[in-house]
Design a protein around this ligand. Structure first.
Ligand SMILES: NC(=O)c1ccc[n+]([C@@H]2O[C@H](COP(=O)([O-])OP(=O)(O)OC[C@H]3O[C@@H](n4cnc5c(N)ncnc54)[C@H](OP(=O)(O)O)[C@@H]3O)[C@@H](O)[C@H]2O)c1
Length: 310
């Protein structure tokens, strides 16, 4: 691994975080149906009490509600919280100053003076990578974020971001991408390896594949909302993988499928940020820490996942 810059080192010491897309999102997660503010606050509190302090939110989530809730919840704990949030490249944001301005908006909703990681949520259709990175470098200079990262950047764009930031003497702290036992493009195309080489933390989103790897959904019992449609091809193929995960979990004293899914991501060298809607899910996900799958188990999981994804 290359030398990790001192500013971004803390991210490499974090094993797992908590995703806050569920806090306020009605489009994919049906916030307000079956769970709401009380449940996500409980999930936050359990997570923090389990020693997980890294929370990933975005100005986009719940149209700012996720950030506002996090701001409120933080006031009710004395524990340190590490905040990661994101800039969304709306088409009307075509100049670099929009990035610092958006960060100020996030800080106002969070009611804090600075965050720990500020990420570009998706590549911009209108701003090139150099311009986006100039905007992020300004955010660092302003002192309003400790580090900066990108999200959904393919390998070549990520390398361009890395070099562009380096010209401003800023390290690219992270690339947040889709990574799970059922989504392994970043592993297969070399992005994960390149991140390790360059000291960029790969933050894995949807590490439980939006609930599919927890084992409660099947073709006969699909998840609610848009997930049913998006996963209609994958749901009928899941059983061999879920069965193996359950067997391996039993060998580890009854670890659940969600815990196996998260531990697999950690063993691959990435930082999973599972979303949780309630105490039970948050508590269960925290149980992915403190133990490791063996190399042999990883190889078996890889092989069955390959057979599903091929
Ligand atoms: N940068 C990006 O573009 C991007 C994209 C996606 C996500 N993210 C980030 O990554 C985070 C996590 O990804 P994600 O929310 O898409 O997917 P995920 O973490 O793979 O899945 C979360 C969902 O799985 C179910 N679940 C969680 N824990 C469970 C457990 N222990 N047992 C059973 N079911 C469980 C819950 O949904 P149900 O109970 O409804 O099944 C929960 O909402 C997000 O919150 C967000 O912060 C970023």
């Amino acid at each position: 691994m290359s030398e990790i810059s001192s500013e971004t080192r803390f991210l490499h010491a974090i094993e797992m975080g908590l995703g806050a897309w569920q806090w306020g999102d009605r489009v994919v997660w049906q916030y307000g149906h079956g769970y709401g503010e009380k449940e996500v606050q409980d999930a936050f509190q359990v997570t923090i009490s389990e020693g997980i302090h890294f929370i990933d939110t975005a100005e986009l989530y719940g149209n700012g509600l996720s950030e506002r809730l996090l701001g409120r919840f933080m006031k009710e704990t004395n524990e340190a919280v590490l905040i990661a949030t994101k800039f969304f490249p709306w088409p009307w944001r075509f100049y670099k100053g929009a990035i610092l301005r958006a960060l100020k908006g996030s800080l106002a909703r969070l009611d804090v003076e600075g965050v720990d990681l500020y990420q570009i949520h998706w590549p911009s259709p209108l701003m090139n990578t150099d311009l986006l990175m100039e905007g992020l470098a300004e955010c660092i200079k302003s002192g309003m974020t400790r580090t900066v990262g990108v999200s959904n950047f393919g390998q070549s764009r990520m390398l361009a971001a890395y070099s562009s930031l380096a010209r401003h003497n800023v390290a690219l702290a992270s690339n947040q991408v889709h990574y799970s036992l059922l989504s392994r493009a970043v592993e297969k195309n070399g992005t994960l390896a390149r991140c390790k080489e360059l000291g960029i933390r790969l933050i894995a989103y949807s590490p439980i594949e939006k609930g599919l790897l927890a084992g409660k959904y099947s073709a006969d019992n699909p998840p609610p909302g848009s997930r049913a449609r998006n996963y209609s091809g994958l749901l009928p193929k899941l059983q061999p993988l879920l069965k193996l995960m359950t067997e391996i979990g039993q060998d580890h004293g009854g670890k659940s499928n969600a815990q196996i899914a998260l531990n697999w991501v950690i063993c691959k060298g990435a930082l999973p940020i599972p979303g949780a809607k309630n105490t039970a899910q948050a508590q269960e996900n925290a149980g992915a820490l403190g133990w490791r799958l063996t190399d042999e188990e990883m190889a078996k999981l890889d092989a069955v996942s390959d057979s599903i994804l091929e």
